[in-house]
Design a protein around this ligand. Structure first.
Ligand code: HPA
Ligand code: ZN
Length: 322
C-alpha cells in the first residue's frame, strides 16, 4: 500500500528503545550456548511462547532473564549491531538507545564491558546513535548513585540518563538527588512516567527530575491541566504502541490514545520500546497504529518530524537527516 511505502521511506528517529529489549530469542540461545549459561526454557519456541504478558512486571521478569546471557563485550556488541541493522532497514537515521547497566553489573559484569560493547557497535553503524543510561527504579537511589559513579569514567560515551523498570510504587521523586547530580554533569534527562503510573508521576518527573522528554506518558490525558502544560512547553512523549498493547496499557490498538495525544497538541513520537518482545521494530509500530487508528499520511509525516524535533541533536544535524 501507499502508506506502507511512505512509512518505509520516511527518515525517522527512534527515541525509546531498550537495547536489552532488542535481544531476539535466537540470539539469547546463541549467547547462552557461547557463554555456557543455562536457560530455564528448553528451546527458542518455548521461550517465545512465554512472551504472553499481562502487565509491565510480567514482561520485566522475562526481560531480565533474557539479559542474563550477556557476559562479554562481544555479546553487548552483537546485540547492539543486530538492533542497528533493523533500524537501518526501517530508515531510522538516528536512535537514542537506553541501556540498563544495573541488570549486568549486579551479575558481576564490569561497567566498561557493558558500555564499550554497546558504544563500539554504535561507532561501527551508519545509523547515528547515542546512548542513555537508565537507572532501575525498583532498586534504591543509593544503588543508582553508585551506578552513576561507576559510569563516570565513560562520561563521553552516553549523552543522558533515564529511569525505567517497575513504575508503580517507585515515583520519580525517589531519585531526586541522583538526577540532580546528573543535571550538574550536563547529562540529558528523561524518565518513564505515566505508562502504568498516574499523571502525578509525569508531574514529578517534570518538576523534580526536570526531564526534557517523557517516556510513554500516555496516561497524561487523565489530567487536563498537565496535558495543557506539557503541550505548551513542547515536552515530547516517546509513545510505544505495540508495547502498550502487549503490556495491556490499552486492550487493543484501536483503543490506543495516540490520536488524542496528537489532537491535544502534544509532541508525540512512535517508538519500539522492546522490539524483540513486543512484536516489532519501528516500522511495525507505525504500521500497527495506522492500521487501527484514524491516522493519515499527514500524521505519518508529523510523527517523523516530531521524532527529530525531540531528538538530542543540534538543529543543523536534524535538518541533515530530513
Ligand atoms: N517500562 C519500564 N521499564 C522498561 C520498559 C518499559 O516499557 N522496557 C524495558 N524496561
Ligand atoms: Zn521503555
Amino acid at each position: 500500500s501507499q502508506l506502507r511505502t511512505v512509512v518505509q521511506g520516511m527518515p525517522k528517529a527512534e527515541l525509546h528503545i531498550h537495547i536489552e529489549g532488542s535481544l531476539e530469542p535466537e540470539l539469547i540461545f546463541a549467547l547462552a550456548e557461547r557463554n555456557g549459561v543455562k536457560l530455564t526454557y528448553p528451546s527458542v519456541d518455548a521461550l517465545r511462547q512465554a512472551y504472553a504478558f499481562t502487565d509491565l512486571q510480567s514482561f520485566l521478569d522475562i526481560y531480565y532473564a533474557g539479559a542474563s546471557v550477556l557476559l562479554k563485550e562481544q555479546d553487548f556488541y552483537d546485540m547492539t549491531a543486530a538492533y542497528l541493522k533493523k533500524a537501518e532497514a526501517d530508515n531510522v537515521r538516528h536512535t537514542e538507545i537506553f541501556f540498563d547497566p544495573q541488570t549486568h553489573t549486579a551479575r558481576g559484569v564490569p561497567m566498561e564491558t557493558v558500555i564499550n560493547g554497546i558504544y563500539n557497535a554504535c561507532q561501527d553503524s551508519p545509523v547515528s546513535a547515542s546512548l542513555i543510561l537508565c537507572f532501575l527504579r525498583h532498586l534504591s537511589e543509593d544503588d543508582a548513585m553508585a551506578t552513576l559513579e561507576q559510569a563516570l569514567p565513560f562520561r563521553d560515551k552516553y549523552i543522558g540518563v533515564g529511569l525505567d523498570s517497575s513504575e508503580v510504587g517507585h515515583p520519580p521523586e525517589k531519585f531526586a538527588r541522583v538526577f540532580e547530580r546528573c543535571r550538574g554533569l550536563g547529562l540529558h534527562i528523561v524518565a518513564h512516567a505515566g505508562e502504568e503510573g498516574p499523571p502525578a508521576y509525569i508531574q514529578s518527573a517534570l518538576d523534580v527530575l526536570k526531564v526534557e522528554r517523557i517516556d510513554h506518558g500516555v496516561r497524561i490525558l487523565e489530567d487536563q491541566a498537565l496535558t495543557e502544560r506539557v503541550a505548551r512547553e513542547g515536552i515530547a512523549l516517546t509513545v510505544c504502541p505495540l508495547s502498550n498493547t502487549k503490556l495491556r496499557v490499552f486492550d487493543q490498538m484501536k483503543d490506543h490514545n495516540l490520536v488524542q495525544l496528537l489532537d491535544a497538541g502534544l509532541v508525540a513520537t512512535v517508538n519500539s520500546d522492546d522490539p524483540a518482545y513486543f512484536g516489532g521494530y519501528m516500522n511495525d509500530n507505525f504500521l500497527a497504529v495506522f492500521e487501527s487508528l484514524p491516522l493519515g499520511l499527514s500524521h505519518a509525516q508529523r510523527l517523523a518530524r516530531n521524532s527529530f524535533a525531540a531528538a538530542f541533536l543540534p538543529d543543523a544535524q536534524k535538518q541533515a537527516f530530513l
